[in-house]
Design a protein around this ligand. Structure first.
Ligand code: PMV
Length: 336
């Protein structure tokens, strides 16, 4: 996984024009950017209301974007669409925004021909839109001889994420370029201490996640029942803190219990789905230490906790038998 390297001294924030010369002073023309997937272990939806969340990069997924400077028209080439950038379908607006926002930050140096290859399933809550944007932003900057500071890259990915989700918390944008679990609080991302390594299994219900609708649904619920909704949000944030502290103490049992409670809380918030409940039940029956929906909900994926690789494989197998469209495992290493 590629992470952005620190910006050269002359670069400012994401809005200032960036140099178009490489280290030798020559214009560069070809750039590559990469990003991985993510799963939210705890705190989805609560994070939209300023509570903390804990997310984990999923390394079995990857997006690779390449960008070529061109004197011709700006182009986008992907599995979903190949053609002029300005004619891309509405659903690719986040990708188009990633290109145009980066070019604008570079001082509008001209058009680019961008190619995107991704094995991250879209609309499943595993960070596809943020990962594509992060890879594209890095590729376009790199084609102009620039490696972005993480904060610059974040701001550009967030511009794309706003086109995808309306008002994204920034959690995805931070996690898809991270090397380990991310604690996201008040817009800032920090590393999470992991005293004992573990595995996660992410399984897809096959039902498209509907993050935008789910976020709007929570907002509507809050307008109807502010006290009840805020209490649920508060609890979900507190459970994220419990899980983070338990990871730092190597107490996976407590992490699993917090996941169980969070799944119930998210259901009460109105973002559950019978297909999610079915996989959560199957994961628990297969011995998962914890299982919950992950991401926006109303479809999409579940995340389940396993203590080792063999248990993760058993759970993944059981979830496929239970009807999961796909199941992926990812290791989170001890870092203390
Ligand atoms: O569905 P995903 O994986 O994009 O996650 C959405 C997470 C929310 O907390 C519901 C929204 C957000 O912007 O953080």
């Amino acid at each position: 996984m590629t992470t952005a390297s620190p910006a050269p001294a002359d670069s400012g924030g994401a809005s200032s024009p960036l140099s178009v010369l490489d280290a030798t002073g020559a214009p560069t023309s070809h750039g590559v950017g990469r990003a991985g997937g993510k799963t939210i272990l705890m705190g989805e939806h609560a994070v939209v209301y300023g509570r903390p969340a804990l997310a984990v990069p999923v390394r079995s997924f990857e997006v690779v974007a390449t960008a070529e400077r061109t004197a011709g028209r700006g182009m986008l080439r992907s599995a979903l669409y190949t053609g002029p950038l300005e004619n891309a379908p509405a659903r690719l607006l986040p990708t188009v925004t990633a290109v145009t926002a980066t070019l604008e930050a570079l001082g509008s140096p001209g058009a680019v021909d961008v190619r995107v290859r991704s094995d991250i399933p879209a609309e499943r809550g595993v960070g596809s839109s943020a990962a594509v944007a992060a890879a594209v932003v890095a590729a376009v900057a790199s084609a102009h001889g620039r490696a972005l500071h993480p904060d610059e890259r974040f701001a550009l990915v967030q511009a794309a994420e706003r086109a995808a989700h309306g008002s994204p918390s920034g959690l995805d944008a931070r996690t898809v370029v991270a090397d380990g679990p991310v604690w996201f609080d008040g817009g800032a991302a920090t590393d999470v201490a992991v005293a004992r390594g573990f595995w996660l299994v992410v399984a897809d219900t096959g039902v498209k996640g509907r993050t935008r609708e789910a976020v709007a649904g929570v907002r509507a619920r809050r307008a109807d029942d502010p006290a009840g909704t805020d209490a649920l949000i508060e609890t979900l944030g507190d459970l994220a803190i419990v899980a983070r502290d338990a990871l730092g103490a190597g107490d996976l049992h407590t992490v699993g219990e917090a996941m169980r409670e969070a799944h119930a809380g998210l259901g009460a918030l109105g973002v559950g789905d019978p297909a999610l409940d079915h996989l959560v039940t199957a994961a628990r029956a297969a011995g998962a230490l914890g299982a919950k929906l992950t991401g926006g909900g109303r479809g999409g994926c579940v995340v389940t906790l396993a203590s080792d690789a063999a248990q993760a494989e058993r759970i993944a197998g059981a979830l496929r038998v239970a009807g999961a469209a796909a199941a992926w495992t990812t290791e989170v290493e001890e870092n203390q």
